[in-house]
Ligand binder design. Structure first.
Ligand code: AMP
Length: 444
């Protein structure tokens, strides 16, 4: 099988790395890819925001299977183009991708189908937004309607901050057209987690649970980013919680989409807040999460193409995936300036030494090779991902690998997985050997 992966981030590196192992793989391509992906697959240039260009490339490469990584390609309608020509592609159609492409669509959809989510108001213009704000307490959350690479959400802790955000989004257009309309919503309290599943529209195959770290600094401080790290461990979600999420959230989402004439296929990512009133949906994403894809792919033992075949045959409900029981942890190394404008072109060293240790894989995001050197080329640069027999060891292993890597201005969070250690502490008790060995997350 000739396989093509679209995208250029850590998510696409993880997907390509996994697909390369598939028993069906004969040739693997990634477009446009990055310096790390180029070690696993042939990289070909493409403008991932242009569906027609992606389709043209797939035909030229005679791709049997195309996997779309980024939301922008999906929201632009790349799947419709492929399906129009009878080509095999993994991802939702343009209409179904509205679940991520428009936060207003997603909130109104949840309201129509009684899916638990934060109370909200929609505003089409600045005056209405200002008025709507008065109906909410503080903190309050302001979200631009469109795609904004994780930067279109502000959790405002003071009213002036919320007002300033409305001015920025709606008057100064800092998000471009993505901020012209907004959702204002109640701030939920609890722990966040990412529930990602594969679906053929009816059958659901949940992937292992993960927790992302969106804020740029330790202890969830500072502005939101695309994600500064993630870990996956079975203890994140109990069986009861998992069943609840499937029954009250995932199932009604799929039946709702089908009933509205826009059946949903592909990866479905549900960002959840585990509130005192139960799990509530913060957002839908219509693709794998990044960085979540990195620890998830590290734990996946099944052949990913086999799972994609299950979607195509609409037999996913009958399939089971095999997972490593071992947790995995991904620490994102970011450039100076990120999540604002990153400084790029810095020489990266130590990435090979970091990988020389067993159980570690360094996934690339913003990297490029030039003049025999590996250089930074984006905000998020590398995802250092490690797996080990328990969470404390996986965390230790990931940070030991991180300590070998250097580039000017590099910054990263030092508390990836810390919430997981607290879960373990609660689940196992302080005298359990695993908990006792747990490093203090803030001293890592
Ligand atoms: P979203 O892109 O909608 O998931 O928002 C990005 C991040 O903002 C989430 O991962 C949360 O950390 C935070 N967030 C979004 N909505 C809310 C909410 N209603 N209450 C509290 N935090 C939120």
């Amino acid at each position: 099988m000739r396989i093509l992966v679209i995208g250029s981030g850590g998510r696409e590196h993880a997907l390509t790395w996994k697909l390369r192992e598939s028993q069906y793989m004969e040739e693997i391509y990634c477009a446009p890819g990055n310096a790390g992906i180029a070690q696993e697959a042939e990289c070909v240039p493409v403008d991932a925001s242009r569906p027609h260009e992606i389709l043209g490339l797939a035909k030229e490469l005679k791709a049997d299977l195309t996997v779309i990584g980024p939301e922008a390609s999906l929201v632009a309608g790349v799947v419709d183009e492929f399906e129009g020509e009878g080509l095999w592609v993994v991802g939702p159609t343009k209409a179904a991708a509205q679940l991520e492409g428009s936060k207003i669509f997603a909130k109104q959809f949840m309201q129509r189908h009684h899916i638990p989510t934060a109370r909200f108001a929609v505003a089409e213009n600045f005056e209405d937004a200002f008025k709507a704000l008065a109906g909410f307490g503080i903190p309050v959350v302001v979200k631009g309607d469109g795609l904004a690479a994780g930067k279109g959400v502000v959790v405002a802790r003071r009213r002036e901050e919320a007002e300033k955000t409305l001015v920025e989004f709606m008057r100064e257009k800092t998000l471009g057209s993505a901020g012209e309309r907004v959702v204002i919503e109640e701030c939920l309290v609890g722990e966040e987690l990412s529930f990602i599943a594969l679906t053929d529209g009816r059958g659901v195959l949940p992937l292992v649970p993960t927790q992302d770290h969106k804020a740029v600094f330790d202890n969830d401080q500072g502005p939101n980013t695309g994600g500064m790290g993630a870990y996956s461990d079975d203890s994140i979600l109990t069986e009861r919680q998992r069943d609840y999420v499937l029954r009250r959230i995932v199932s009604p989402t799929l039946t709702g989409m089908a009933a509205e004439g826009t059946p949903y296929r592909g990866f479905l990512y549900v960002g959840l807040m585990m509130t005192a009133d139960g799990p509530k949906v913060l957002e839908y994403n219509v693709r794998m999460g990044d960085p979540e894809a990195q620890p998830i792919m590290m734990r996946l033992r099944s052949d990913l193409v086999e799972l994609f075949k299950g979607i195509r045959a609409a037999e996913l409900g009958a399939l089971d995936a095999h997972w490593s029981p071992n947790p995995a942890v991904c620490v994102v190394l970011a450039s100076q300036g990120y999540p604002g404008k990153p400084e790029v072109g810095k020489v990266i060293t130590g990435h090979e030494a970091a990988e020389s240790q067993g159980g570690v894989k360094v996934f690339h995001a913003g990297t490029q090779f030039r003049d025999f050197q590996l250089l930074t080329a984006g905000g998020r640069v590398l995802g250092v991902t490690a797996t080990a027999e328990d969470l404390p060891s996986a965390i230790e292993r990931a940070y030991a690998a991180v300590s070998k890597i250097h580039f000017e201005g590099m910054h990263y969070r030092r508390d990836i997985g810390a919430k997981g250690l607290r879960h373990l502490g609660r689940a196992l008790g302080p005298t359990n050997p695993v908990t006792r060995r747990a490093p203090d997350p803030l001293k890592l």
